[in-house]
Design a protein around this ligand. Structure first.
Ligand code: GLC
Ligand code: CA
Length: 663
C-alpha cells in the first residue's frame, strides 16, 4: 500500500519544531544552515517517566510470516510445527514477542488477510491445537505471541458474509455494506447499471462488487473476495469483540490490528474528488481512512476487549495518514485507544502520484526529516513503533541501500544501528535480521504471487495500452518494473533461507516449487552461515538488541535530538539519544550505564565522508569515544591510541558506516 499522504516537508519540520509545545527548552542552539535554529537541550521530564511503563515498550517484536518461515511437512508452505521447531533460533535473536502475520482460516486470496473463520487456523499452517502449543512453547522462552486481527473486512467465504448476501432481509445483511447501484444512460445511449459511487479499490478497479442474487453491490476496499464489514452495526461490533476475546483467552498477548483506521466510512458514502480524470474510479483514501466514528469504535474495542486483559497490547496499522495530529488521536494514552500504531509515512517517499509502481525521486533530507518528525512529534504523551520492513514492503537493504552485493552487509548493519537507536518499540521483520535482499530481477513479475502486485501491474498495463491506443505487449513497462523490483510485497514474502542447500535452502524439503519463489542468493545470505560468522548481520543484530535492552533509558525512552548541521542532503545523519532528566547517567569509558550518546550514520556508499563532531548539547567541549560501530573504528579515532577524539575534530566514515559515540 503506498497511497501515502506527504503533507510534510523538511521546511515544515523546522517550523513545527519551533512552535512545538514539547520542544526542548532553549539553552543552546545550533544553526541548521537554513537560517533556523534547533534547540537541543534536554526535554523536560515527560510522561515517559510516569509509572505506566509497559513490557512492550522495551520489547523487540519480530514479525513472522507463517508461509515463509519454516515448512515442516514438505508441501512448500511454512507452517506452525515448522515455527515451533525453530523457537530456539527466535529466542537466540533476543526478541520478546512474535507478531504472527495472518494465519486464520482463509480463502487464500490475500495471504490470510481474507479470513473465513476467526476461530480457526488455516489448515496449511496447522490447527488451533498447534497454535496453543506455539503459545506455550514460546512462553517457555519468555516470548509472547501477538496475532494479526483482520476486521475491516472478512473473506467472502466467511459464514457471516454468506448469510449476509443470501437476502436483503437476512439478519446479517447489515453486517456488511450493501447499496443499490445507480442506473444511468451510458455515453452510447443505453441504460446501464453503475456502482453506488466512484471509489477505487486499493487493489484496483471499482471498490464495489455487484451481487446478482439481491441486485445490490457490496463494498470491498481490497480484493473482491474481501467484503468490508459494517462497523456501524452494533451487533457486528460485538461479534468481532467476541472473536478477539476467543484468542486472548487462549493466551495471546495482543493483536496487530489490520488497517484499523479504515473501519468507519462516512454514512452517505459520497463520491471521492476526481484526482485522475482519465479514470472512472477515484482514490477514496481520505474518505475511507480515519472516518467519522473510527475513534468511537476503537475506544469501544479497548473497553470491551483489551482492558479486560491487563498487559495485553494493541498495535494498529494506520494507512494513508502522515499527519501527526491524526496519529496522536489513536495513541495518546488518555484517549484509551491503541498502544501504538505504525504508518507508511516513510514509505511514501519514493512512491509517485499513481501508486507504488510509479516513482517519486527523493533526497536524503526527506528521509532524515521523516524519521525526525515522528521521533519528535510522538515523543511526548504518545508511543511509537520503529520499523523498516513488513510483509507489505520491499526489503530495506535494497530500498535504502545501493543494491550492490558489496555493500549489502554494511547497509543492513547501518540500518540495524539506525532502528535500534530510535525511541519507541522496535519491530524486525523475518529475514531482516540476516539482511535479506529483494528477489533477484531474473525472477519474472508473472511469478510474483501477490494479488496486489498482479492487480496493480495489470491495471497499469491496461490503462497505458488504452490511453496510447496500442496493444498490451507493446506497452513500455520498464519504469514500473524498476519500482516493482524495489517495492512489490513479494520480496518480503520469499521463504527464509536457513542454509544454502538445495532444493530450497533448508526452508522446505518439497520436491516441487515453494509457494512463492525463493531468492537465488542463499549461497551468500543464509542463517546457518551467519550463525557461525561473528561479524555477520545476524550477530550484529543480536548485539544491538542486547545493548538496547541494557540501556533502555537512553535508547528506548530517551530523548531524540537531531544534529541540525546534518539535516540536509549530505551523507551523514547524526542525532543524540539522551536519558531523561532524573536518570543517573554514566560518564567515561570505564563506566557502564545509560548515558548521552551520539549516533553517526553514513547513509550513502561514499567512502571517507568527513564529519566534524559537534560540541555536546550542553555546549561543552567533550572527548568522545566509540561505544559501537558497524565496521571497526572510524578514521580519526583510529589514529589516537586512546581512541578518544575531541568535539569539533573531524572523523571519517566509510560507506554506510554507523558509529555510536559517548563521552
Ligand atoms: C494490510 C495487510 C496487507 C493486506 C491488507 C488487506 O495492509 O498488512 O497484507 O493485504 O491489509 O487486509
Ligand atoms: Ca508445510
Amino acid at each position: 500500500m503506498c497511497h501515502i499522504k506527504r503533507s510534510f516537508s523538511f521546511q515544515k519540520l523546522l517550523s513545527i519544531n519551533v512552535s512545538n509545545p514539547f520542544r526542548p527548552t532553549a539553552n543552546h542552539s545550533i544553526s541548521n544552515g537554513l537560517g533556523r535554529h534547533y534547540n537541543c537541550s534536554s526535554r523536560s521530564l515527560s510522561s515517559k517517566m510516569a509509572p505506566t511503563r509497559k513490557w512492550w515498550q522495551t520489547a523487540t517484536i519480530y514479525e513472522l510470516y507463517p508461509s515463509s518461515f519454516a515448512d515442516s511437512n514438505g508441501d512448500g508452505v511454512g507452517d506452525i510445527p515448522g515455527i515451533i521447531s525453530r523457537i530456539p533460533y527466535l529466542a537466540s535473536i533476543g526478541i520478546n514477542a512474535v507478531w504472527l502475520a495472518a494465519c486464520n482460516k482463509s480463502s487464500g486470496v490475500d495471504m490470510g488477510y481474507d479470513v473465513s473463520d476467526y476461530r480457526d487456523i488455516d489448515s496449511q499452517y496447522g490447527t488451533v491445537n498447534d497454535m496453543e502449543k506455539l503459545i506455550a512453547e514460546l512462553g517457555k522462552h519468555h516470548i509472547s505471541l501477538i496475532m494479526d486481527m483482520v476486521v475491516n473486512h472478512t473473506s467472502s467465504e466467511h459464514a457471516w458474509f454468506k448469510e449476509s448476501r443470501s437476502s436483503t432481509t437476512n439478519p446479517k445483511r447489515n453486517w456488511y455494506i450493501w447499496r443499490k447501484g445507480i442506473t444511468m444512460r451510458s455515453p452510447d445511449g443505453q441504460l446501464k447499471r453503475y456502482p453506488p459511487n466512484n471509489w477505487e479499490s486499493i487493489f484496483k478497479g471499482s471498490a464495489w462488487e455487484y451481487d446478482e442474487r439481491t441486485d445490490e453491490y457490496y463494498l470491498r476496499m481490497f480484493a473482491k473476495q474481501q467484503p468490508d464489514l459494517n462497523w456501524d452495526c452494533e451487533e457486528l461490533r460485538e461479534a468481532v469483540f467476541r472473536e478477539m476475546r476467543f484468542w486472548l483467552d487462549k493466551g495471546v498477548a495482543g493483536f496487530r490490528m489490520d488497517v484499523i483506521n479504515m473501519i468507519s466510512k462516512p454514512e452517505s458514502l459520497p463520491d471521492a474528488p476526481v484526482s485522475n480524470d482519465k479514470s472512472a474510479v477515484q482514490k477514496a483514501d481520505d474518505l475511507v481512512c480515519n472516518g467519522p466514528r473510527v475513534h468511537e469504535y476503537i475506544q469501544k474495542m479497548r473497553r470491551e476487549v483489551f482492558d479486560r486483559y491487563p498487559d495485553s497490547v494493541s498495535i494498529g496499522e494506520v494507512i494513508c495518514t502522515g499527519q501527526v495530529d491524526r496519529i496522536r488521536q489513536y495513541v495518546e494514552p488518555d484517549r484509551r485507544e491503541l498502544d501504538m500504531v505504525y504508518t507508511y509515512d516513510l514509505f511514501g517517499l519514493d512512491c509517485g502520484p499513481h501508486g507504488k509502481f510509479t516513482r517519486r525521486p527523493w533526497v536524503l533530507s526527506e528521509l532524515k526529516s521523516n524519521v525526525t518528525k515522528w521521533q519528535l512529534e510522538l515523543f511526548e504523551n504518545a508511543w511509537q513503533t520503529i520499523w523498516l520492513e513488513s510483509h507489505d514492503s520491499g526489503r530495506s537493504v535494497t530500498r535504502f541501500g545501493d543494491g550492490t552485493q558489496e555493500n549489502r552487509e554494511k547497509v543492513a548493519k547501518m540500518l540495524a544501528m539506525l532502528t535500534s537507536t530510535l525511541q519507541g518499540t522496535l519491530f524486525i521483520y523475518q529475514g531482516q535480521e540476516i539482511g535479506m535482499a529483494n528477489l533477484s530481477p531474473e525472477i519474472p513479475i508473472s511469478e510474483y504471487p501477490d494479488v496486489e502486485t498482479q492487480n496493480t501491474w495489470n491495471e497499469m498495463l491496461r490503462s497505458r495500452a488504452e490511453s496510447a491506443g496500442i496493444s498490451e505487449p507493446e506497452v513500455d513497462m520498464s519504469d514500473a518494473l524498476k519500482e516493482a523490483h524495489l517495492k512489490a510485497r513479494d520480496h518480503a514474502r520469499a521463504p527464509l533461507p536457513w542454509t544454502s542447500e538445495p532444493p530450497h535452502s533448508g526452508f522446505s524439503t518439497a520436491t516441487g516449487k515453494t509457494w512463492s519463489p525463493m531468492n537465488t542468493d542463499s549461497h551468500v545470505c543464509n542463517i546457518a552461515a551467519q550463525q557461525q560468522d561473528p561479524n555477520s548481520v545476524l550477530n550484529f543484530w543480536r548485539k544491538r538488541l542486547q545493548i538496547r535492552k541494557k540501556y533502555p533509558e537512553a535508547l528506548v525512552y530517551g530523548s531524540f535530538e537531531p544534529v541540525s548541521s546534518t539535516m540536509n542532503d549530505e551523507p551523514i545523519f547524526a542525532y543524540w539519544r539522551k536519558p531523561l532528566p532524573g536518570v543517573e547517567k554514566a560518564r567515561g569509558q570505564e563506566n557502564d550505564g545509560n548515558r548521552d550518546v551520539l549516533v553517526l550514520l553514513n547513509l550513502t556508499a561514499n567512502d571517507g565522508v568527513e564529519f566534524e563532531l559537534p560540541i555536546s548539547c550542553e555546549g561543552k567541549r567533550e572527548r568522545y569515544f566509540v561505544l559501537d560501530s558497524t565496521a571497526g573504528m572510524t578514521e580519526g579515532l583510529k589514529v589516537r591510541e586512546s581512541g578518544l577524539v575531541s568535539s569539533m575534530e573531524k572523523v571519517k566514515l566509510e560507506a554506510y558506516q554507523g558509529v555510536v559515540l559517548g563521552f
